[in-house]
Design a protein around this ligand. Sequence first.
Ligand code: SAH
Ligand code: AVI
Length: 328
Amino acid sequence: MSKGLSTMQQAAANVSFHDAQPTPGDSRSELLDGLTRDQKAVDPKWFYDAAGSDLFEQITQLPEYYPTRTEIGILTANRQAIAERCGPGCLFIEPGSGSCEKVRLLLDALRPAAYIPLDISADFLHESAHRLGEEYPWLQVHAVCADFNQGWPFPDNLPAGRRVVFYPGSTIGNLEPAAAVGFLRRVRQVIGDDGGLLIGVDLHKSSQRLHKAYNDASGVTARFNLNILNRLNEVLDAEFDPALFSHRAFYNTEQRRIEMHLVSERDHSVRCNGSEIDFAEGETIHTENSYKYTVEGFAGLAASAGLSLQESWFDEGKLFSVHYLEAA
Ligand code: SAH
Ligand code: AVI
């Protein structure tokens, strides 16, 4: 995507945009806190500036990265049943909406009263929401730029309707299990007693398959991982040199998660927000976890947030799952 911000000025009448991004001061302290721990770490939300969102779109097209195409297959094959579960005229809320591609598979069957994409990647959200609004002139789109772990600031002018949260892509896997329960509790609050949750969850599988999905031959995932250093340079006025770090991704079988790290190639110091951060050779910045679940494991997580599984859909190979849940 590279249409730029000019599309904002030609906003379609059915699209509105609400900005509730974290302040630069909060962003700096959050990042510095992570970079000064024993195991240096950065929240994966920092992957997603316009370049990072573009790189993620490229990842979704990689032959090794099975989740996106598998989930698209499941949504396409079951769209009628899914639309029946969600019900007509709902408010369809998508945290982490990215390119808003997957919602397109459901819109005609679903006919929601409004679609509310909520994402941290401001420019990308703008473009994706406007493009969707142009393609679907009957659809009200209320885009919200916010951190989905810090409250969901909806605009006041949402139409009435049952609320259904759509959380595809296994983005839930990027949250620590305790944070995932916190996220699901928020969903439970947002949907109230009569709403629903439609969620995509990646399943536990062979380490080899997982390893390949996060270590693609063309190096796109490595570029995605390294792009986080550009964010650090921008937000922290820092001088990280991407040439001094390399991509590492592996499956941690005990924790059932892919871990992504950036490995320092040698001892060096990086100027960061006016002070120096030291890196030893081989030391890493932990940039992402991607947890893989069993259906029982995910159902347990949801139950502790007050949500119960109503129906599940799978691909033939049981690589990926899509679930519909309601208040328990
Ligand atoms: N739903 C899409 C995109 C998944 S990629 C799909 O299934 O393909 C994850 C998306 O979540 C990105 O668009 C990213 O910008 C967004 N995201 C990640 N962390 C976030 C956070 N803390 N708050 C809001 N959006 C976030
Ligand atoms: C967005 N999220 C679910 C992706 C994942 O698979 O965990 C992000 C990603 N990281 C590396 N490749 C894709």
